[in-house]
Design a protein around this ligand. Sequence first.
Ligand code: APR
Ligand code: PHB
Length: 396
Amino acid sequence: MSDPLPSRTQVVIIGGGPAGTLLSHLLDRSGIQTVLIEQRSRDYVLGRVRAGVIEQGSADILRRAGLAERMDGEGLRHSAVNLAFRDRLLRIDFEELVGSSIMIYGQTELQRDLYDARESTAGAHMVFEVVNVELDGLTAAEASVSFDTAGERRTVRCDFVAGCDGSHGVSASYLPADNVRAYEHVYPFGWLGFLTDTPPVSDELIYCNHARGFALCSMRHLTRSRYYLQCPLDTNLEDWPDDRFWEELSRRLPSEVAGTLATGPSIEKSIAPLASTVREPMQHGRLFLAGDAAHVVPPTGAKGLNLAISDVVHLARALDAFYARGSEAGLAGYSATALNRVWQAVRFSWWLTTLMHRLPDDGDFGLRIQEAELEYLSTSMAAQTAMAENYVGLPI
Ligand code: APR
Ligand code: PHB
């Protein structure tokens, strides 16, 4: 049970997803006091099914922060991914090409590890199921965050506010409309996701470019698979019983792979739209945005969680420099520093999405361009290296 909520702290963190919880953990390790508020319940947050690819740089950050014991014990280390096209498999061996790997470890598991770390830290303040969150004083001598919790209206005064409240949060609305630039690209399709307790069809991820549409073979661990099918935005889950999903997936896989597909009942099915959005700048006065609150990427490159981690690392370093040495340079430069890596990830996610999906608006010309690029990838080590270094994550 955490201590009674203080009326003042150094940093109020809005949002108890990966960004907010990791930030509170990193700041705590620097001796910086935080109060984290989350609108959902702890169990609701842990019930979300999200991508499970952890870049090498992200994994190293989690290790240095003492958060990686279960990931290293239960996660799967992958040294390559595969691209499938024209009934062929092209293996991109990032271990060989750039000397890096990724960890396959569900975001749900990472979130559990983050909550466990916070709840085992004396003095950690996390408040769940808050509503009516309001920010004030963002350009004054002191900021404050007010919210309803357990039927009471509470206000916590602070030096800084970290907006880690995701793409539907409240923080971004406090960026001055006349100073924020929102960049958006909406893809004309979605992903139909399917979670099942069956052995993965492959021991590595397979991204499939097929005339019927994109497919992705992923996993959570060796007995739990995660599959995706590109689908129209108006797709209705009721029209996709399990049998239909399995049949369509096997049609989009290379024949050598489809033949080994182990089918079973779905334990979760969902449809997600694909979009890229970036808000610039990611800060205003005493408010700093991190993670999905500032930017959203299509899941193709598995960059969402990893960008949340890199934003938080930059913000934690800047806050640490402020409190430890009175330096404001990191805080002043936070947005520019974070956005540099954000845009590299947005570009890569756009590239892989447009390379592997059926883009009806691009017609036959677009199809031939995709095939030419995949053919080039299959013969060029330079092209494969470029993909590899982006997939495993550019330096933070
Ligand atoms: N007050 C408090 N909490 C809020 C509010 C609010 N007004 N609005 C949203 N939240 C909470 C959400 O309930 C959620 O738990 O903020 C949290 C934001 O978490 P995420 O959406 O997971 O975003 P982030 O922490 O940036 O992590 C990004 O998570 O959603 C995935 O695909 C995304 O992998 C990426 C990663
Ligand atoms: C997942 O396992 O959910 C996953 C993996 C890789 C992606 C997207 C999603 O690019």
